[in-house]
Design a protein around this ligand. Structure first.
Ligand code: ARG
Length: 580
């Protein structure tokens, strides 16, 4: 049941249309005053009455014929506060969860609309390192959130597969490369020769010219250069794919920078034709000084295109190919200026859809023990992080539950889940210091804590030997070995149980605000709140004690918690664990 709509339908205000009223009703900020409220301030002008008077009049009117789902209506200052009937609300929330199952929280808000999400966007022949964790898991979560809300989503891995560094890599390969070694050790072998190039280049500057020559050969389509480049790309994709599988991430497109090689010229022509291009020191730029920004570089003085040129081409290509309503770029905040410049150029070109281009920035991950650099070769590979998290999880599991079957699988789910959850728990813009102890703390705001809670729900249900079913007419029923009991929501309409019900009822709203704010941490935070609330309920209300009708209601609530946690897990890409 959509309470906002139902409540709005009760409110009649002269001169305000239904939509106006509906968008003014909100979830109460403080539950001490009720569950929903209508701030009356914005109607004061139309009605020529003070807000408090409007609220009082509405209160009298609605109270005279209170519908079943409302316990009371109060006027307080300029607010009209609605308190739902607890039992009615609990029944409504539980029915929604069991009726919709994995689709609880889904909607068709986005029907007919397309969102492109540029995320992960790794670089060919470079390590897939911990710095990519944020974009990969935030982007993947946003893809799933938008999909759940009915949008058509295009997930794009904008591969970094263009640039002079590939000339360097080919040069290094021709000098010191060993194909077998690269096939065996993949990106690490490529990183080794790349690092060696940078070392030797200092003593032998002639290498730079050789590298430039190889890069030009790639550009011109020289077969040897392309064969080698293709080989590096295959090696990279094969290796990163394994990590993507572990993280549960996939893409609809891998069109990277090189894909736009032949799509930049029309954009450059258009910039020139619109008189936006100026030549400065031989380079072509768009002057942005009027907007307080350094110029956006379009062509270098040797005529080569730049990162921004390719991103401009990307935008027009995506608009044409997908007709997006929004195009998101999940990229670290270090690139704030780049995106501001590029979006500004689109605006100056006269395209109103510049407003639909959104840089979803996120903070840096640092390690407890210092920085990384590709050139120096001290990178922390994401696959190593996942391996280490798994290994540590296995140790913890061996201690906590030595007889667990499939401990290896559980450790993979817990370790990887901890890394994903750890990257999503804070507001995305915050810098993050990565720590294994923190993300694997079973009592913290962590993936393992959530998985543990999920396993606890499962164990309660197993111990109860209960099967829960839902039917539109009969409602929810709990079947035990000795009989079937109908769900009576009165038993969960107070205390810790009701706090939990209220949280479960919020899930659809949480997904919506996570979408609006491009903020998956709203989902992870919500899951932590829900797990904490369940654990309070678990301690306060001995779930399996007491009379069978009470027990039935509590196991139904437990199953609902498990179901909603699993929905949230699916969104953020963490796997549930049945036992641990
Ligand atoms: N490959 C780039 C990097 O590692 C990120 C690309 C982001 N996407 C884009 N369209 N610019 O920094």
């Amino acid at each position: 049941m959509d309470f906002i709509n139902e409540i709005a339908a009760l409110i009649k205000i002269d001169g305000a249309d239904d939509r106006d009223v509906r968008t003014t009703v909100t979830v109460a900020a403080d539950s001490a005053f009720g569950d929903y409220s209508l701030p009356c301030f914005r109607f004061a002008k139309t009605l020529k009455k003070p807000p408090a008077e409007i609220a009082a009049a509405l209160q009298r009117e609605i109270s005279s014929d209170l519908p079943e789902f409302i316990e009371r209506v109060d006027a307080a200052g300029g607010y009209l506060n609605f308190t739902l009937d607890k039992s009615f609300f609990a029944r409504s929330v539980m029915n929604g969860i069991f009726e919709k199952g994995a689709d609880y929280g889904a909607s068709d808000d986005g029907a007919g609309r397309t969102v492109c999400i540029d995320f992960s966007s790794i670089n060919i022949a470079k390590p897939f390192h911990i710095g990519h964790l944020g974009t990969t898991v935030i982007g993947a979560a946003l893809c799933r959130i938008f999909k759940k809300l009915g949008y058509n989503v295009v997930g794009i891995n904008h591969l970094g597969d263009f640039g002079t560094q590939f000339g360097k890599l080919i040069t290094a390969y021709k000098l010191w490369g060993d194909r077998d070694d690269i096939e065996r050790r993949g990106l690490r072998a490529l990183a080794d020769i790349y690092v060696r190039f940078h070392k030797e280049e200092e003593e032998n500057p002639a290498l730079v010219a050789v590298a430039r020559e190889w890069f030009l050969k790639i550009e011109r389509g020289d077969s040897e250069a392309l064969e080698l480049f293709g080989f590096f790309k295959d090696v990279t994709m094969k290796e990163v794919e394994k990590t993507y599988v572990r993280l549960g991430v996939s893409f609809d497109s891998y069109a990277g920078e090189s894909f736009y090689s032949d799509k930049m010229q029309p954009v450059i022509d258009e910039l020139r034709q619109k008189k936006l291009l100026t030549v400065s020191d031989g380079a072509s730029i768009v002057d942005l000084s009027e907007y307080g920004m350094p110029p956006c570089l379009i062509l270098r003085n040797d005529g080569a295109s730049l990162y921004a040129t390719r991103d401009l081409a990307t935008i027009f290509y995506r608009k044409k190919a997908y007709g997006f309503d929004k195009c998101l770029y999940v990229v670290a905040y270090q690139q704030n200026l780049h995106f501001k410049q590029v979006f500004k150029v689109v605006e100056l070109m006269g395209y109103p859809f510049y407003k639909d281009l959104i840089h979803v920035a996120y903070g840096m991950v640092s390690l407890e023990d210092g920085a990384m650099s590709t050139r120096k070769g001290n990178m922390v590979y994401l696959s190593d992080v996942l391996d280490k998290a798994k290994e540590k999880a296995l140790k913890i599991i061996a201690e906590k539950s030595p007889d667990l079957k499939d401990a290896e699988d559980a450790a993979e789910a817990v370790g990887t889940g901890a890394v994903i959850f750890g990257a999503l728990i804070n507001n995305r813009i915050k810098d993050n210091v990565f720590s294994y102890d923190k993300i694997l703390n079973f009592d913290g705001e962590t993936g393992p804590y959530l998985q543990y809670t999920c396993a606890r729900c499962n164990s309660v249900l197993e111990k109860a030997g209960v099967r829960i079913s839902y039917d539109k007419i009969r409602g929810i029923e709990a079947s035990f070995s000795d009989g079937t009991e109908s769900f009576n929501s009165r038993h969960i309409a107070g205390g810790e149980a009701y706090e939990l019900v209220k949280l479960l009822g919020k899930y659809p709203e949480i997904l919506r605000s996570a979408m609006k704010n491009y903020e998956p941490s709203l989902v992870t935070r919500y899951l932590v709140d829900t797990a904490q609330s369940f654990n309070r309920f678990y301690i306060a209300d001995k779930i399996l004690d007491g009379d069978v009708s009470v027990k039935a209601a509590r196991v139904v609530l437990t199953a609902a918690v498990m179901s909603v946690i699993k929905n949230g897990f699916e969104i953020i890409g963490v796997k549930p664990v049945e036992r641990m």
